[in-house]
Design a protein around this ligand. Structure first.
Ligand SMILES: Cc1cc2nc3c(=O)[nH]c(=O)nc-3n(C[C@H](O)[C@H](O)[C@H](O)COP(=O)(O)OP(=O)(O)OC[C@H]3O[C@@H](n4cnc5c(N)ncnc54)[C@H](O)[C@@H]3O)c2cc1C
Length: 643
């Protein structure tokens, strides 16, 4: 009888030149898990990350992205710097005008960005844990205040506000950097033994409050930074599968695979900084999911170290009828059940052709009908996104300063659209398209998409506009910090909804936000939406909301109150709690209802089994116990009143 292939074993495709770096702990004696022993270290490839171990050397400690990239004001004009982006070095006069008109702010370049605090909360140490960690393991660790501060949060508005104004009561007490699965096993066992709280940290791009330390935690909080666990463990060209450690950052993962002529194709808008483990833990969605799938479609196999052992499927078969599928316990667990260490993903050859396109529609409703038809006929290109009028105008304003000739051409194009096509600029909306595949297939898809668009009074507006839309995606993320600096609070939120409620939900949510702004006497604000993903049964909708907060003492609180109302409206319209941002803490209020009482209890029972001492106490998904008790009381009262 043939020996059963071991986990992580690949018997094909051993490279002629052993790749550099078998620094794997896998050559060590088998751990109690008995797992990585069979890994052929010649197949491992180290990945040099764009993000150093000391994150703050490359990334802003107080906001989004690279230290050297940001919006700023110069001579009353907004500019953008950052040579990693095509908009780097550009002046943005139209955007300046848009901001001034929308929010009535006089741009101020003299304010200073926050300074790194000089003192940090004293770490709350568990001496036995720390000494055993240092004596019995090789796990690197730090008690430095800066290391702890930059890993105490994600990217929600309130996270960033608390950073700017140094308001965090509780930050992690210790940072650890395990370098492989076996070190994570040791770490989890130690934390469980000494009752230390563990908080897994990937790229820190969470927008659900899932990374924020629970402020009331009394135990030592140890943040587990996965960044040093980022190797490509093996690649199997025959099966088109690859195994990466979970700390690999999106852009690193794709760069390494590109060198092999391959791609995973998972590109969330945060993929420059978010990690594979984070994607799995939050059930992430990438912009090209139409071709490659969402993270749950891409994961073949995943390992998670829990306080009660390692959870994983026993083989890398493409599908198994052996339910329930425990991969789905891991997907979306948001750091509350264990630490994801290794993931087997599907890969595809790089596409021969990548082409952009854009379409213009007379109004949003026609655009939604177009999106619906494209989904019905299952002919979506890699990405298709529809922006409403407000977002279209905002997007247009981001165009850099132009030459005289280019400006004239724009005027001519605008005349063509308004006079010849009879389109009203106050209602116009646009879709951006990204096609990937073989030349012939892309050409066929483009022709079909244009034909469907024409049925809904849409027409092509050029590849350049489409490309700009996708390129700006990465730059737009920097606006929020600049806005905060200028006295504007802003953030996005998202949902998914069945097709028959798509337009209704967009209208109602925008209207609800307008009403709530009026109630709070907010006169200058923006609320816009776009349809970013399409499915057979519905779509994902993304809202951008921001308002002028100058002279408001409680702007973040007001923002959260309005976002809360918007979520109530989303749910009332048949939308979901989240399409891809996850639940975290800021949406835990609705979790019990979203999954039913039985579902919430099932999750709690799984948690109790996998983590009986609650060392993964991030507090995501289920709300804190007091709020849970209150919710249970309310639902019991409701049930009684129905009888
Ligand atoms: C500008 C911007 C754009 C975004 N665009 C998208 C998008 O297009 N699509 C999308 O899906 N999301 C998007 N997000 C949200 C965010 O990027 C995702 O949720 C992402 O998957 C988080 O990955 P991360 O590595 O940064 O995780 P983190 O923020 O570090 O962690 C998120 C959660 O996962 C847990 N976690 C992280 N790593 C592990 C691990 N190894 N094991 C167990 N738990 C772990 C953490 O404890 C936490 O609960 C965006 C966010 C921003 C700020």
């Amino acid at each position: 009888m043939a020996a059963k292939p071991q986990r992580n074993t690949v018997t094909t495709q051993i490279p002629e030149q052993p790749p550099t770096l078998p620094t794997s702990s896998t050559s060590a004696a088998p751990s109690a898990e008995g797992s990585s022993l069979s890994l052929d270290t010649r197949l491992c490839q180290s990945v040099k990350s764009v993000i150093p171990k000391k994150r703050q050397e490359a990334l802003k400690w107080y906001g989004w992205g690279y230290n050297d990239a940001q919006f700023y004001e110069q001579n009353r004009t907004i500019c953008f710097k950052g040579d990693k982006y095509p908009l780097g070095g550009c002046q943005l006069p139209s955007f300046t005008k848009w901001v001034q008109q929308k929010f009535d702010v006089s741009l101020d370049g003299d304010k200073s960005y926050p300074q790194m605090p000089q003192t940090f909360p004293q770490p709350n140490l568990n001496a036995e844990f720390l000494s055993e960690l240092r004596e019995n393991t090789k796990v690197e660790n730090s008690l430095e205040g800066v290391d702890r501060l930059v890993r105490c949060h994600g990217q929600t508005l309130s996270d960033i506000y608390n950073l700017w104004y140094n308001k965090f009561q509780r930050i992690p007490d210790l940072v650890v950097w395990p370098s492989c699965h076996d070190e994570v096993v040791q770490l989890v066992q130690l934390a469980n033994k000494h009752n230390v709280m563990l908080l897994p940290f990937g790229g820190g791009t969470s927008v659900s409050g899932s990374m924020t330390c629970p402020q009331q935690e009394q135990r030592m909080i140890c943040v587990v930074d996965t960044s040093q666990m980022n190797r490509l463990l093996w690649l199997n060209r025959e099966n088109l599968t690859v195994c990466f450690e979970s700390g690999v950052v999106g852009q690193d993962l794709e760069r390494v695979l590109r060198e092999h002529g391959l791609t995973v194709g998972h590109e969330p808008d945060s993929y420059e900084f978010s990690t594979l483990g984070g994607w799995v833990a939050t059930r992430a969605s990438g912009m090209k999911k139409n071709v490659y799938g969402n993270i749950e479609d891409l994961v073949v196999r995943v390992r998670m170290v829990t306080a009660n052992g390692t959870l994983e499927r026993d083989c890398s078969a493409p599908r198994v009828s052996c339910g329930p599928d425990f991969n789905h316990i891991i997907l979306g667990s948001e750091g509350t059940l264990g630490i994801i260490t290794e993931v087997v993903l599907k890969v595809r050859p790089l596409p021969a052709v990548q082409r952009y396109g854009s379409l213009v529609f007379p109004d949003f409703e026609q655009g939604v009908l177009f999106m619906r038809e494209v989904a019905r006929r299952r002919c979506q290109p890699a990405s298709v996104r529809l922006m409403d009028n407000e977002q279209f105008i905002f997007g247009q304003s981001l165009k850099p300063e132009k030459s005289w000739l280019a400006s004239c051409l724009d005027v001519i194009k605008q005349r063509y659209v308004t006079s010849w096509k009879g389109i009203d600029l106050a209602h116009i909306c646009a879709a951006t398209l990204l096609f990937e595949g073989e030349e012939q297939e892309v050409a066929r898809q483009q022709a079909l998409i244009n034909e469907i668009a024409a049925r809904y009074k849409g027409f092509p507006a050029g590849g350049q506009n489409g490309e700009r839309g996708y390129v700006f995606t990465f730059v737009i993320a920097y606006i929020r910090d600049f806005a905060l600096y200028q006295g504007i609070v802003a953030e996005s939120f998202e949902t998914s909804v069945p097709w028959d409620r798509c337009s209704l939900l967009c209208r109602c949510v925008k209207q609800r936000v307008v009403t709530e702004c009026q109630r709070h006497h907010i006169t200058h604000f923006t609320i816009s939406c776009r349809v970013t993903q399409t499915y057979d049964a519905g779509a994902c909708i993304y809202f951008y909301f921001g308002f002028r907060s100058l002279d408001m003492s409680n702007a973040v609180h007001v923002f959260e109150a309005i976002e809360h109302c918007a979520r109530d409206e989303i749910l009332a319209c048949g939308g979901s709690l989240s399409h891809h941002h996850g639940v975290g803490k800021i949406r835990s209020h609705w979790y019990r209802n979203a999954v039913t009482e039985t579902g919430a209890n099932l999750y709690a029972a799984a948690k109790q089994h996998l983590d009986p001492r609650n060392i993964f106490a991030a507090g995501n998904l289920l709300p804190p116990p007091q709020e849970q008790q209150q919710q249970q009381l309310e639902s019991q009262t409701k049930a009684k009143s129905k009888l």
